[in-house]
Write a protein that binds this ligand. Structure first.
Ligand SMILES: Cc1cc2nc3c(=O)[nH]c(=O)nc-3n(C[C@H](O)[C@H](O)[C@H](O)COP(=O)(O)OP(=O)(O)OC[C@H]3O[C@@H](n4cnc5c(N)ncnc54)[C@H](O)[C@@H]3O)c2cc1C
Length: 564
């Protein structure tokens, strides 16, 4: 066929003339009202867990913090702190090293609230009150929903006391500053400060999980040690003091390095550059060289890993709690959006398949919160001298850190999808939650490392296994699904073959059974029944929402944020 040759030059389309302008085309319809000024602590699972684990006294403060976390002001700070990323200045205009990181005022505002509310340690290590680790965990679970990046230095400062107390003299010097409610970012030596922030500087290029590969050296001198080496990751480099590891003559040891020396001059910590990260943008993560920096030994020489692991136990707890908070924040957004957005003639939240997705997500959010607070309660009771709870906390922290952090990535990805295209756009806040979520799984021991830790504790500490078994039996259920899952786990634990390669499988099963046991005892009814069916039975699938009719969706959705 011969193509018709158009009149005029190539590319010139024949179009109708423009009609007279009918006015604006930009109408905003069926978009969801912004979710502002909500109380993130208006969360029955959080409030019940707080009371159950012995920190009911904190309920009023939690409500106040929850309102603040969901406020327009904090949402604005979160956006500003992420958009205006920290900037490293290595030198001044005359070429002198300054090793200074500038943060946006929004970062400082967030830090000020977190420290002032006691989340950096004042709640737990100040005047002791029973249930104080639970109170702080609940506060963190709420506050992280406002902005997560600044939680990194808050966590490290909270956890620092656990390592510091191996040395009573250093504790006497530093505890008042580490447990202060004053956030004091002024570039001053610690002696001139109202409060200090602590960092951890362990990971080196050649090894992060295997810290025995540390190559930084510590040379003894009068009044302390001189450290030389390189740290591949050190977050919050503007911290006042760093807990670090270095090879001393007696082996791998833990050291404390102040950023500024008592005379106000800088210690020899050279900030090389800041990492360009997937997320966690408000927080600075640096590479640091110790160019003969000075520090003091903390704990016994050669026992550095043992000392720093006291701190890591608590930062791992925070990874689990923080992940539970991010999950709850994402679920709240998904619930809000699907209630207001209509498609195919009805709100999305009324569509059977969306209800299945939301119900399935709700199960994991409830389970993550219950487990986080249970472990925080064990930490409290361990602090009070309860050996069984110490053993439980030891193993359950590793189990929960593995499972809740891992679950949160898929969870937030799914919640994000509930918002459709808007969920992928920064204005929704979902991308920020999503970017943050894998980080909790990586730092403080990545997934495999935690799973292997679970096996190690179970093998070496009979009391840990005993307390877990008791906890699982305490569910007191006749459910055939639960009993079959428990038998399966016992079989896995008794089988010594290829244990290392099965560490994830065993840890996952331990986590699911622990969560099921908690839900059966404390959230009986649709949530517990649904969890049994979807997580231990055949009622669930590999993706959220792939559930069958044994999962009581309507009852579970009564627990969806905002359902009341
Ligand atoms: C944003 C960010 C901030 C950080 N901030 C700090 C900080 O402030 N201070 C600090 O000290 N570190 C920090 N880190 C480092 C972090 O703690 C490490 O990245 C983490 O511990 C893993 O170590 P690695 O990167 O060396 O990985 P590797 O140790 O090389 O591990 C790689 C992978 O191998 C797995 N693996 C390890 N051993 C085994 C095994 N035996 N069997 C099977 N699998 C195994 C791990 O689980 C992991 O998945 C930060 C990291 C990030 C991403």
């Amino acid at each position: 066929m011969t193509p018709t040759v158009p009149d005029g030059p190539a590319g010139q389309l024949r179009l109708p003339p423009l009609p007279t302008d009918p006015g604006a085309t930009h109408r905003v319809e069926n978009q969801v009202p912004p979710l502002v000024a909500w109380n993130v602590a208006d969360d029955p699972a959080l409030l019940a867990g707080l009371r159950r684990e012995g920190a009911g006294w904190y309920a009023e403060d939690l409500q106040r913090l929850g309102l603040l976390a969901g406020s327009e002001q904090v949402q604005r700070w979160a956006v500003q702190a992420e958009e205006h990323v920290p900037v490293l200045h290595t030198h001044d205009g005359n070429g002198h090293r300054i090793d200074h990181v500038d943060h946006h005022p929004a970062w400082h505002a967030l830090m000020r609230v977190a420290v002032g509310e006691g989340l950096a340690g004042a709640l737990t290590w100040g005047p002791q009150r029973s249930g104080s680790h639970v109170a702080r965990a609940a506060g963190l679970l709420a506050w992280v929903q406002g902005e997560a990046g600044h939680i990194c230095p808050i966590t490290m400062t909270y956890a620092a006391m656990a390592a510091l107390r191996v040395d009573p003299q250093l504790t006497a010097q530093l505890a008042p500053l580490l447990t202060s409610r004053s956030y004091d970012p002024a570039p001053l030596p610690m002696t001139a400060k109202r409060g200090v922030i602590a960092g951890m500087s362990m990971t080196e290029k050649q090894g992060g999980s295997d810290l025995r590969m540390t190559t930084t050296t510590a040379r003894p001198v009068e009044d302390g040690h001189v450290l030389r080496g390189h740290k591949w990751f050190t977050s919050a480099p503007m911290s006042d003091i760093f807990f670090t590891l270095a090879q001393a003559p007696g082996g791998l040891s833990c050291f404390l390095l102040p950023r500024l020396l008592p005379d106000g001059t800088r210690n020899r910590l050279r900030f090389q550059r800041l990492k360009h990260k997937l997320g966690n943008h408000s927080n600075a993560s640096g590479e640091i060289e110790y160019a003969d920096a000075v520090g003091v030994l903390l704990g016994e020489e050669g026992r550095g890993l043992h000392t720093i692991l006291q701190m890591v136990a608590l930062t791992r707890l925070d990874c689990m709690v923080g992940s539970a908070g991010l999950m709850r924040a994402a679920l709240t957004q998904a619930a809000h959006h699907t209630r207001h957005r209509r498609a195919f003639g009805a709100p999305l939240a009324d569509k059977p398949l969306m209800r299945a997705v939301l119900a399935d997500l709700t199960l994991d959010s409830e389970a993550a919160t219950a487990l986080s607070l249970r472990v925080a309660g064990a930490v409290d009771r361990a602090e009070g001298g309860d050996e069984r709870e110490r053993a439980f906390a030891r193993v359950a922290t590793a189990i929960g850190k593995y499972w809740v952090c891992k679950r949160s990535v898929a969870f937030i990805g799914e919640a994000l999808e509930c918002l459709g295209g808007n969920g992928y756009v920064e204005d929704s806040g979902m991308p920020r939650l999503f970017r943050e979520s894998p980080l909790y799984g990586i730092w403080e021991g990545s997934g495999n490392v935690n799973a292997l830790d679970v096996l190690r504790v179970v093998a070496r500490e009979p009391l840990a296994l005993e307390t877990i078994s008791d906890e699982l039996r305490a569910a007191g259920t006749e459910s055939a699904t639960y009993r079959a899952a428990l038998r399966g786990l016992e079989g896995e634990l008794a089988d010594p073959g290829q244990a290392e390669g099965r560490a994830r499988r065993v840890t996952e099963r331990l986590a699911l059974l622990l969560q099921a046991s908690l839900l059966l005892r404390h959230v009986p009814g649709p949530v517990a029944d649904g969890f049994l069916a979807a997580r231990l039975g055949d009622g669930g699938g590999l993706s959220y929402g792939a559930i069958d009719g044994t999962v009581p969706v309507t009852g579970i959705l009564q627990r969806l944020p905002g359902a009341g």
